[in-house]
Design a protein around this ligand. Structure first.
Ligand SMILES: *Cc1c(COP(=O)(O)O)cnc(C)c1O
Length: 387
């Protein structure tokens, strides 16, 4: 089933297998972790599914996240898509940038929450006639991220204007939203938190915070009773946001396995080169495997220097060898290679035999982060739910 809506390639191309049960498992893991903080009431969880559910496909994610308290998306098209997939719970639009008032007013979007980032968006809200719509608004604190949101004194003035819209019955609720800049660093996170606490100390109302790095670190222990909602994306797909720690280390299950067929096995003599730029020269006679996936599918070219793939069901680790090309890449299978054309190669995730190559490890080999790899797969990679 190709619910990502992508054109289907021939059997020689790559495919991303999506394990919906892993996503449900990771949400349950997160709930236990949040509940263990002991805060009353227990904060609710926004499952963030922007960027096509971190590359996993909105339909797969919505099916797997039925137990979330709300779903968060970054653009109105996704909001409509999520409703068309049958999601009846709260929806959070992570930005009002470029948003039309008609969208906010549309009853078809059900319980809608929206993040307000600046005075322009605020003025748009004030000029609209949303009475009776029951819109929930979260004002974003600029904090250390600085790319969106306001800080005092502008924050306080904007919050007061939102409160008067609430008193006038135009908004159902207003609250405070904080998005961390450096949640993977415990000291920086502590400081970001105390700055936000100082800000909201002056203003009543619920808070909406969190991200994966904060939630897999010491975060839940630091919650307070005003934290009504926590937002989380990456963790739900089984990847960790902390350097040097994988999702599997934390007890999460990877939701995506990227696989491609071995197209050819070629004998190469010692001293010969493979690939563009003659960048890989073998020191010994060996077998080179040609794998049916390349940069046109979203594999970074930088994979070739330090990357590994898992060969076959057993998942024998083999190093990339030579530059990643548009539709193929090459691996060094070694002089005794047992692999045959047609064998499955795993770029990240799990093999049929249960071997596992964490996407975080592949990301480190490419000097990037797991979220970039997962969301960079192109429309040429079909997303197939495991049955
Ligand atoms: C993407 C995003 C999140 C989720 O971040 P993760 O690190 O993937 O958990 C939370 N809040 C906002 C505002 C976001 O843009």
């Amino acid at each position: 089933m190709n619910t990502g809506g992508y054109p289907h390639l021939g059997s020689w191309g790559p495919r991303a297998r999506i394990d919906c049960q892993a996503i449900s498992h990771n949400l349950a893991w997160l709930r236990r972790r949040v509940a263990s903080a002991g805060t009353q009431p227990v904060p609710r969880i926004w499952a963030v599914i922007k960027a096509n559910a971190y590359g996993h496909g909105l339909a797969h994610a919505v099916a797997a996240l039925q137990n979330a308290d709300g779903l968060a998306v970054s653009d109105p098209h996704d909001a409509y898509h999520v409703r068309s997939l049958g999601w009846g719970g709260p929806l959070l639009l992570l930005s009002a940038c470029g948003l039309e008032v008609d969208t906010l007013a549309d009853p078809a979007l059900g319980e809608l929450h929206v993040v307000i980032d600046d005075e322009y968006q605020l003025a748009l809200l004030e000029a609209s006639r949303l009475t009776g719509r029951g819109l929930h608004v979260w004002l974003r604190y600029a904090g250390r991220l600085g790319s969106h949101g306001l800080r005092d004194p502008a924050y306080g003035r904007a919050y007061a204007r939102l409160q008067s819209l609430q008193r006038a019955g135009i908004l159902a609720q207003v609250g405070h939203l904080h998005h961390y800049a450096s949640a993977e660093d415990p000291d920086a996170l502590r400081q970001e938190r105390s700055e936000f606490a100082a800000l909201v100390g002056h203003h009543p109302g619920p808070c909406n915070t969190g991200n994966s790095a904060a939630l897999c670190g010491a975060a839940p222990e630091a919650l307070d009773d005003r934290t009504q909602w926590l937002r989380c994306g990456l963790l739900l797909f089984g990847a960790s946001a902390l350097p040097g720690v994988t999702g599997a280390d934390l007890g999460l299950r990877p939701a995506m396995s990227l696989q491609a067929p071995l197209l050819a096995v070629r004998h190469i003599r010692a001293g010969q080169t493979v690939g563009y730029g003659e960048s890989f020269r073998t020191q010994r006679d060996t077998y080179i495997g040609v794998v049916g996936v390349g940069y046109s599918h979203g594999i970074p070219r930088s994979l070739w220097q330090h990357g590994r793939l898992l060969a076959g069901h057993g998942g024998r680790p083999v190093p990339a060898a030579g530059r990643v090309a548009m539709d193929t890449l090459t691996v060094d299978l070694g002089p005794d290679a047992p692999e045959q054309p047609g064998d499955v190669m795993t770029l990240w995730g799990q093999t049929a035999g249960g071997a596992h190559l964490p996407v975080e490890t592949v990301a480190a080999a490419c000097s990037t982060i797991a979220a970039e790899l997962l969301t960079s797969l192109t429309a040429r990679v079909p997303l197939q739910a495991d049955s």
